[in-house]
Design a protein around this ligand. Structure first.
Ligand code: C2O
Ligand code: CU
Ligand code: CU
Length: 570
């Protein structure tokens, strides 16, 4: 049976008795509380004089040429950074790579970023996970052209954690990220500092991305055009921190904080140590958990971050350990097979139009290496993982103004070839009535991948037709949209939320069995991985800033196709 203790098979939100679980009963504490003078914080075409920056960075998007594989160099894009003002260590370049830099700031810092666009196309930067104003959020409508500058000015309100930044122009985010534009934005604070977690050489970024190269070493993006786009890019090589060499040399007896970011365009990973040891996760998107969590494996969807504890005390010199991707039965869904059995089975969609034959993408259903760790000579650092971490605050579901009627967003396919949210696609600053929320309210949002969810929260069960390939595709209340299902990594801008519920009623049993122990649903998150048939209830609070913010699928190709909308805080 699926439906382990922590996952529900029934909608319970409509009839919630608040005693259902312990997760969301704690009082709301600091998520992003600050009495900073938001009024003085601006952004746009000018610097504001009354913004007293603690950190001032010039960040240029430039064309670059990078040797990633041995067969040649590739045209890439890079962010080149210069520190005008700020503490030593604010910027960390990743030498010889298109990825980066790493920006390190403190909670409470006033940060100015002068983004200069020197690539031959429009761009804008989004600070993924940061609680900033509309003008600072990198909305696609604020793209700037080659030669232009956009000034970001914001106070860091988030707590310590691993955030990141990347371009956000509509229709070209996927390609710009693919070419190298992305970096980590690490926030530190006093609360975290007091824990004496590993720092310096023991605090290691691990950005995981997949790429495909041609025989001359050039990056290849979406060789099959529209069909690759429908599925999302899947590469045939793994890069770690922008390099093909996946080896990290670490010290025996060292204790490490690995900051994992899945920076891939569309690929998810099922990560496990090849030693069979559990993964110890102690932080997620929005910071530290309440306590470390041990998992046999971890499912990391696009845009998600986790902190993994690695203790090399009991290792021997020259030992090698690996983080590997474990097989997930998703290829069929990603390939022509997802259409089997329906009316499209042998027709236009069935013959591998969605397939990956031209790119030889790494199959989901295979094992491959992600990271190799070489254990070197002994060098101890004094650090240990506390059993209790400062991540205990949660939003209170009882405070949600719509706790009996979640605001529902269906992620799926409307027409045959369009990924949509509630049947709509991105349209500039457009916002619909059901996308408007009120400042200083807490809400529950139900994000649903497939099947039609009614206002009362009843799933019509029509969601899995594509996967099961049963007959009667239009028969039980489903639309054409339900015919084609894929995972959708969903991201909400501007805030960090808590997961209330992950419903698996309509998740394929075989798929669920393989991934069910890999989710971290605790803590503060901004991105979640929605399997086909799954819905999740998220509790979130709208604070500090009014305006338009995005929510979207973080499969970047889906996002570029328009699986992205605004919500408005007013
Ligand atoms: Cu990382 Cu709107 O995205
Ligand atoms: Cu974001
Ligand atoms: Cu998607």
């Amino acid at each position: 049976m699926k439906g382990e203790n922590k996952y529900t098979r029934r909608n319970f939100v409509g009839t919630i008795g608040l005693a259902t679980g312990g997760l969301y009963l704690l009082p709301l504490a600091v998520s992003c509380k600050s009495d900073a003078s938001k009024k003085s914080i601006s952004a746009g075409k000018n610097i504001s004089k009354d913004f007293n920056a603690d950190v001032d960075i010039q960040l240029k998007a430039v064309r670059s040429n990078t040797q990633i594989v041995s067969s040649g160099t590739s045209d890439t894009y890079s962010y080149k950074a210069f520190l005008n003002k700020g503490a030593k260590g604010t910027l960390q370049e990743l030498e010889g790579r298109s990825l980066g830099p790493i920006i390190r700031v403190k909670k409470g810092d006033k940060v100015r970023i002068r983004f200069e666009n020197e690539i031959p196309e429009k761009s804008i930067i989004h600070w993924h996970g940061l609680h900033v104003s509309h003008e600072n959020d990198g909305h696609p409508e604020y793209v700037i052209g080659n030669g232009e500058t956009y000034f970001y000015e914001f106070e860091v309100l988030n707590k310590a954690g691993t955030y990141w930044f990347h371009p956000h122009p509509h229709r070209t985010t996927g390609e710009q990220v693919y070419k190298g534009l992305a970096g980590l934005f690490i926030v530190e604070d006093e609360e975290e500092k007091a824990l004496q977690l590993p720092t310096g050489d023991y605090d290691i970024p691990v950005v995981i991305q997949d790429r495909t190269f041609d025989e001359n070493g050039q990056l290849v993006y979406l060789p099959n055009g529209k069909m690759d786009r429908m599925r999302g890019f899947l590469g045939n090589q793994i890069l770690i921190n922008g390099k093909i060499d996946k080896t990290l040399s670490l010290n025996k007896d060292g204790k490490y904080r690995l900051r994992l970011l899945n920076g891939s365009n569309s690929r998810a990973y099922k990560l496990a140590w090849n030693t069979g040891e559990p993964l110890t996760v102690f932080g997620v998107d929005g910071g530290l958990l309440e306590r470390p969590k041990m998992l046999p494996y971890l499912l990391l969807g696009p845009a998600q971050r986790v902190d993994v504890w690695l203790d090399l005390t009991n290792k021997t010199e020259n030992e090698e350990i690996k983080l590997v991707h474990m097989p997930i039965p998703l290829d069929k869904m990603m390939g022509g097979g997802m259409m089997d059995g329906g009316m499209m089975g042998g027709g236009m969609m069935g013959g591998g139009m969605m397939g990956n034959t031209n790119t030889n993408a790494l199959p989901y259903d295979s094992q491959f290496d992600i990271l190799n760790i070489k254990v070197g000579v002994s060098k101890k650092n004094e650090s240990s993982l506390p059993e209790s971490l400062p991540g205990a605050s949660h939003l209170n579901l009882a405070d949600a103004i719509n706790k009996n009627a979640p605001r529902t967003f269906n992620f799926g396919m409307e027409d045959m070839m369009e990924w949509t949210i509630n049947g709509r696609t991105y349209n500039g600053m457009e916002v619909a009535d059901d996308e408007i929320v009120k400042l200083n309210t807490t809400e529950i949002w139900r994000i649903n991948n497939g099947g039609n969810i009614t206002a009362t929260g009843q799933n019509d069960g029509g969601g899995m037709m594509g996967m099961h390939g049963n007959g009667g595709m239009m028969g039980n209340g489903g639309s054409m949209g339900n015919m084609m299902q894929m995972p959708h990594p969903i991201h909400i801008h501007q805030l960090q939320f808590n997961i209330v519920n992950r419903n698996i009623d309509n998740v394929d049993q075989n798929l669920w069995d393989v991934v069910k122990d890999g989710f971290v649903d605790e803590g503060w998150q901004d991105s979640v991985y929605l399997l086909p048939g799954m819905y999740m209830d998220l509790v979130m609070r709208f604070e500090n800033f009014k305006g338009l913010f995005l929510y979207h699928c973080h499969n970047l190709e889906h996002e570029d196709m328009g699986m992205m909308r605004n919500f408005k805080i007013e």
